[in-house]
Design a protein around this ligand. Structure first.
Ligand SMILES: Cc1cc2nc3c(=O)[nH]c(=O)nc-3n(C[C@H](O)[C@H](O)[C@H](O)COP(=O)(O)OP(=O)(O)OC[C@H]3O[C@@H](n4cnc5c(N)ncnc54)[C@H](O)[C@@H]3O)c2cc1C
Length: 538
């Protein structure tokens, strides 16, 4: 009999497991894949090439988790991404941005002296707002809505806690001062009008706009995209605010370090085991049934799987209250993200910044392919009608340019995060068209670095359907559920249930389906464990 079975060894599941075990709980983690980490994995896809198959950069990981799990002792190390971005233009110029404000201004002034002057003010504004909002990531959202008791009956203690959290949130927001209207626009509005107000040069706006659409099925002109702009100044992986980094050895080194830390705290981890059903007797958790037919007795379950998998696949229909089931069935999983991992014999040689023998600054940051806002909007327009973009928007990183352990000497890994590749196609299916679409992506890169197509040694093309199949991500949504305003904070995963609990006693959500959502943060797992510990050892 376990105190808790955790379904899934994603990084959030591992964080949750560690927190519980540290308090003496007997915890078992069950992972359907043969490796731990969820979307945070490194796989040797071809001999000598160690690929971060899904997620590829880290920034948002809470420093508290790094410390509590002693991740450095277990081999976790961040290699800062410097410069942070490189955007090749079509007219021979390019834009290189990094942590040095003066250099950024010099770079931007190639396109607009006004934008160069504005940039530090823009960054300071984002930073100020991000700093005020960041504490909310680590809090359980308070219930702010007057939902009826038939939706959820809430006791006095929770009401008291929620009031306290809401008060603290209010106090924290006071620090925003006169930037409150801007903050509200950033939290709920579209990115493009904000960027248009601040800047005039298209290459700068497009570089920043791609930050706003990562993982969303929205163009920068759609409400909700501005929120994602904040992400690039949030987090402090590697010690500096907003500096995204590569994980040495690939993202899997983080998953591995977390698993080692959890094991050291007493957690048992079994991989290659799929949970088929969550067993419930009398509205209370009694165990889990595995695909092997084996059942495991446990007093509680924390699910690292998304809400659709947890509530609609692992629990028999009719078990949950109808209102809850209906709310879960309305969750938006729309997605248009794709990942292509490529092994190449040489570095991309950009026409606007030649040199490909040794890694140069343009190879070390995130390379934005698709340098105008109109191109991004048009790429979305195709996908809106169920067609993969004619001119895809590509975020390319070359982790091997920073970490020599990932590829054989002289050879490299290109990690392509591609949009828009709609999960729902108007015609055909992804298995039939994905290789053609990958060719389109490689040819798109060749417009800026003509040597790329001939340098390809191997490639792995992960369509949205593949992301669903391999990582168990419903609809291929990389965040375990889209992150528009109505699916954030106290409305994630559904209104009234944002405190990691569920209508079944002893069943919790501990993954990015819950607040604060997707990204390699660990906050969902840590917050969930705090609420479970508050309920007491079952
Ligand atoms: C292609 C891609 C690129 C991304 N890039 C970045 C990035 O660069 N930076 C960033 O911060 N974020 C990125 N993200 C998002 C980020 O990786 C995720 O939000 C985060 O890793 C989710 O972690 P998690 O622990 O909540 O869940 P997951 O990582 O989704 O883990 C859930 C685990 O549960 C397991 N599971 C599901 N059902 C069962 C079952 N029935 N039985 C047993 N096990 C089960 C799954 O196999 C999986 O291992 C990316 C995601 C993807 C897919």
């Amino acid at each position: 009999m376990y105190d808790c079975v955790i379904i899934g060894a994603g990084h959030n599941g591992l964080v949750c497991a560690h927190q519980l075990a540290k308090q003496g709980w007997k915890v078992l983690v069950l992972e359907r894949r043969d490796l731990v980490g969820g979307a945070c994995v490194t796989e040797e896809l071809w001999p000598g090439f160690k690929v971060s198959t899904a997620s590829y950069l880290v920034s948002l990981l809470l420093p508290e988790i790094e410390e509590e799990m002693q991740l450095a002792r277990h081999g976790y190390r961040v290699l800062p991404r410097n410069p942070s971005s490189f955007t090749p233009g079509t007219d021979g110029r390019s834009l290189l941005l990094g942590p040095d404000l003066k250099q950024n201004q010099q770079q931007i002034s190639q396109f607009s002296t006004r934008d160069a002057e504005q940039f530090p003010r823009y960054e300071a504004m984002l930073q100020k707002i991000a700093e005020c909002l960041e504490p909310a990531l680590m809090q359980t959202p308070p219930d702010l809505l007057p939902l009826p008791a038939s939706w959820r009956s809430v006791g006095f203690r929770k009401k008291f806690r929620d009031t306290k959290t809401a008060y603290h949130l209010h106090q924290s927001l006071k620090h925003l001062g006169e930037t409150i209207p801007e903050a509200i626009e950033l939290l709920t509005g579209p990115a493009l009008p904000i960027l248009n107000r601040w800047f005039e040069s298209d290459i700068l706006k497009a570089t920043l706009a791609t930050d706003a659409i990562i993982g969303t099925f929205q163009p920068p002109s759609a409400p909700g995209t501005a929120y994602v702009l904040l992400h690039h100044v949030m987090g402090s992986a590697g010690g500096a605010r907003g500096v995204w980094g590569y994980v040495e050895g690939g993202m899997g080194a983080l998953g591995q370090a977390m698993a080692a830390s959890a094991k050291a705290a007493g957690v048992e981890i079994r991989t290659g085991i799929t949970v088929e059903e969550i067993l419930i007797s009398g509205q209370q958790i009694s165990g889990v049934r595995l695909s092997t037919g084996e059942t495991i007795a446990t007093r509680s379950v924390a699910s690292n799987a998304d809400a659709h998998v947890t509530f609609e696949k692992l629990i028999p229909a009719g078990t949950l209250p109808e209102t809850f089931e209906k709310a879960v069935s309305r969750i938006d999983y729309s997605s248009a993200s794709m990942k292509i991992n490529v092994a190449v014999s040489e570095l991309p040689d950009f026409t606007c910044q030649p040199g490909s023998q040794e890694p140069q600054p343009q190879h070390r940051g995130t390379i934005h392919i698709g340098a105008t806002c109109e191109e991004i909007e048009r790429a979305y327009d195709d996908a809106k009608y169920g067609k993969p973009s004619q001119k895809p928007i590509i975020e390319m990183t070359i982790p091997s340019a920073v970490d020599t352990t990932l590829a054989p000497p002289g050879q490299h890994i290109l990690s392509l995060f591609v949009q828009y590749a709609p999960y729902q196609l108007a015609s055909g299916n992804w298995d039939e068209i994905k290789e053609d679409f990958a060719d389109r992506c490689i040819n798109r890169i060749a417009e800026f670095a003509p040597n790329v197509p001939a340098s390809v040694l191997h490639r792995q093309v992960l369509s949205p359907l593949d992301l669903e199949r391999i990582f168990s991500l419903t609809g291929g949504n990389i965040f375990q559920g889209a992150m528009p305003t109505h699916q954030l904070y106290n409305m994630r995963p559904v209104p009234g249930w944002s405190d990691y609990r569920t209508p079944i006693k002893g069943l919790y959500l501990c993954g990015s389906a819950a607040h604060p959502g997707g990204g390699v943060m660990g906050a969902c797992g840590r917050n969930a464990a705090r609420e479970m510990l508050r309920d007491g050892r079952p």
